[in-house]
Design a protein around this ligand. Sequence first.
Ligand code: GUN
Length: 376
Amino acid sequence: MKFTLQANDPLSKARAGTVTTAHGDIQTPIFMPVGTAGTVKAVHQRELKEDIEAQIILGNTYHLYLRPGLDVLEGAGGLHKFIGWDRPILTDSGGYQVYSLSKVNKIKEEGVTFRSHIDGSKHLFSPEYAMDIQRTIGADIIMAFDECTPYPCDYKYAANSINMTHRWLRRCCARFDSTEPKYGFDQTLFPIVQGSVYKDLRMKSAEFIASMDREGNAIGGLSVGEPAEEMYGMTEVVCDILPADKPRYLMGVGTPINILENIALGVDMFDCVMPTRNARNGMLFTRNGIINIGNKKWADDFSPIDAESDLYADQVYSKAYLRHLMHSKEMLGAQIATLHNLHFYLWLVKEAREKIISGEFYAWKNKMVTILGNKL
Ligand code: GUN
């Protein structure tokens, strides 16, 4: 993996760069649609490529390990081949989903024992096993096995937790560095900064993560219920410590405003279920703020879903039609709404990148935050 910087915004810490992987380039800042179980819910891979122009998608170790399982993934020749996607993939390690989805039995030094949310079966994820599984899944970028602390989290717990996450990281690196990729292309491992909402812990964690000298770095444990200002405070101290010549990935963030504010603090990569999950409930993100397409006021609005958008679905289908589909629980409603939201998120980061390159990012970001915020 390689990271090159094209531009730095003069009035903020925003940057425009390119991440080069074995499956192609990613122009940053970037938003990565979440494809938990080998599918970005309700969207075809061809639509992701051609309509959304997604440059990279996410998969989840926890889900893919439980279903379809490692034998199927290995038999297919890895996740790219299994799902018919030849652009970059990033997998999260399970170091978040085991806490949020499964019934966690125990967090121990060795790893985490949990019960599957599917059939109740018992499993152990250790740092080493999380690396082995991600070797078998075969994503281009894989994540360290960490503990994502909840919010609120007392100081002592958070302090102990980063120490364990750091010890786990050493084990992740040792396993990753002593194993080979399975499908003939390079993979890279990103470590994750933790530390809850405590500045000194965040600084300590960021310094440790930076010292491991991997090809890219991530920030976790945010957007877990803390106020946005606290999130920005943590991102800022961490970005100032993480090396500038490596991509910075903020995990699980966030709203369009969160993304813009964190780009301004030096974050390059984002993922979040918000555009896809909320689409399935009829919440549409637009350049004028959020609308709920289920609202009665759209029942006879035959104007395009988004007249300013160049997405086929936004032009061809009306608000009234999409409202009807959502009300009738027709599958096409979720498909169109998901396409719309992902297209908006990808538009937002592409626009941010262009504004960084042209030197206009800061004023544009402030204008967008005002417009988006006023309509919430
Ligand atoms: N996704 C969102 N936050 C986190 C985190 O802190 N750790 C991991 N592994 N994944 C995440």
